[in-house]
Ligand binder design. Sequence first.
Ligand code: ADP
Ligand code: MG
Length: 399
Amino acid sequence: MNYNKKSIEDIDVAGKRVLCRCDFNVPTKNGVITSDKRIVAAMPTIKYLVEHNAKVILCSHMGKPKGEFKPELSLKIVADRISELLGKEVIMAADVAGEDAKAKAAALKDGEVMLLENTRFEKGETKNDPALSKALASMADIFVNDAFGTAHRAHSSTAGVADYLPAVSGYLVQKEVSIMGKALSNPERPFVAILGGAKVSDKLNVINNLLEKVDTLIIGGGMAYTFLAAKGYSVGDSLLDAEKIDYCKEMMAKAESKGVKLLLPIDTVVAASFPNPIDGPIEVETVPADAIPDGKQGLDIGEKTRALFADAAKSAKTVVWNGPMGVFENPTLAKGTIAVAQALADSEAVTIVGGGDSAAACEQLGFADKITHISTGGGASLEFLEGLELPGIACLEDK
Ligand code: ADP
Ligand code: MG
């Protein structure tokens, strides 16, 4: 896949109607935005468009309205927040690509900003219905995709609309694509990937692609136990994807034949049950990875593994990390994740973190500003690492 895509700086936006897909899928509680991080992340692109006299038509989805108008999922609160950040009125459309949106788009003056309603109020959105893509495109002259979080979806507002308009990336997508694209296609070596987390079967697929690229692959978190089982160890009640044991064996053989170092936990922190509540007190012990007792489950990497993984990360020039090393929500079980985050923070390497929970862990632990790039897209960054083509990026014009 070509990661060399045109950006807003490569196209003349002055006086043009620019439809800009953002990721405004913000968390809310009782009608109030609880984190405006995603809105803030879109501001550089919005500001650029305003300052360059575009007529700006913003759009996004929020939540899962499933093709119906749901007042509680209206983007009005997002329009208000953008207004505050921009110091300028943001005109709110009453629909996505209906009469109100069209009339307001047609009346926009240079430098004015409007926001369409939640794109998923339209049934056609998630089906990538050409009728909706055309209706969206009819309001604009240029399409800008700045929503990396939905770039792995081929929806009308993320990809379909690009069939009818010149399409370029915004700053956020540009940053994601250039940093992760370089890491995958032309990394400074040694290149180390660290995988963890709980979505074992989802993430096992990424391993096959990463083994083609990396010098060292580190596996911790919940997914490590399927590998330990593949080595013939008994894993007690740990997270296990029994159907993927053969696949793990294949991956271990592939690593060996490619000369890729595959690091698995050598010791693990176990408990009698999963913490409940997740951050409640828990009694743990550390055991060798090949001696997990029956009735116990592995919930974090042990001390020796922490040192092993951190050393490997420290000697790298490029590190990609996706997935916590343990149940980091619990302070007793966060040590493995902290050790890896610390190693990345201390390293001179290009460090890239993808995955919602890994990104949250970095922020929660205070390491975020010491990481080169924290991806804004969980699923999208994983598919990127898998080597899959992301429709929301593939549809953009090449440089
Ligand atoms: P990300 O969002 O970074 O892609 P995942 O969603 O795959 O990561 O996994 C994050 C979750 O994995 C966290 O909630 C964490 O508690 C859980 N987890 C990590 N290690 C284990 C383990 N050994 N057993 C059970 N759950 C785990
Ligand atoms: Mg997650």
